[in-house]
Design a protein around this ligand. Sequence first.
Ligand SMILES: Cc1cc2nc3c(=O)[nH]c(=O)nc-3n(C[C@H](O)[C@H](O)[C@H](O)COP(=O)(O)O)c2cc1C
Length: 155
Amino acid sequence: MKTLIACYSYSGHTLKVAEALKKAINADITHIESVKDKWYLLRLLDAIRGKKVPIKPCQTDLMSYQGLVLCCPVWGSRTPAAINQYLVEIKNVKGKQFGVFVTSGGKRPQKATIQMREFLDKEGMQFLGQMRILTEDVEKENYGEIFDFFAKKFV
Ligand SMILES: Cc1cc2nc3c(=O)[nH]c(=O)nc-3n(C[C@H](O)[C@H](O)[C@H](O)COP(=O)(O)O)c2cc1C
């Protein structure tokens, strides 16, 4: 199946995993980027408050895809505001399959994964899998068994 990986990454860790996944499953990738950069604390507050920010044009139409993988870093336990905006811009998703993954600095419980899952579930998409990879493991390129397990669902 042809899958679109939609990736928001501020400092490159999530993107590194997304690029590895792109190779593993022969997917396309689209980069979600906010129009304006903000100071660290403002980005954190936006995430905690569940805000949206304008994003640059990227692939939001899933017409020619069977699956979507949405990925981002965890910010204040939640999704960055650019992801919240991407979620409301996506089109032609009903009945298609999806997975989500996050990278995070720590192992504490996070809400980002469930936020993305709940939204896409409500849009009528079918959940295939999720994963979380720690920043330090991304730096060591040690994605673990979960990566292969996740990737297999999209081939
Ligand atoms: C604004 C901000 C908030 C963050 N909040 C959390 C958090 O709540 N929990 C956590 O484990 N890591 C947190 N992190 C760490 C990032 O999730 C982690 O370093 C991630 O791998 C960065 O991905 P990126 O390089 O793709 O941007 C935060 C980082 C930033 C910049």
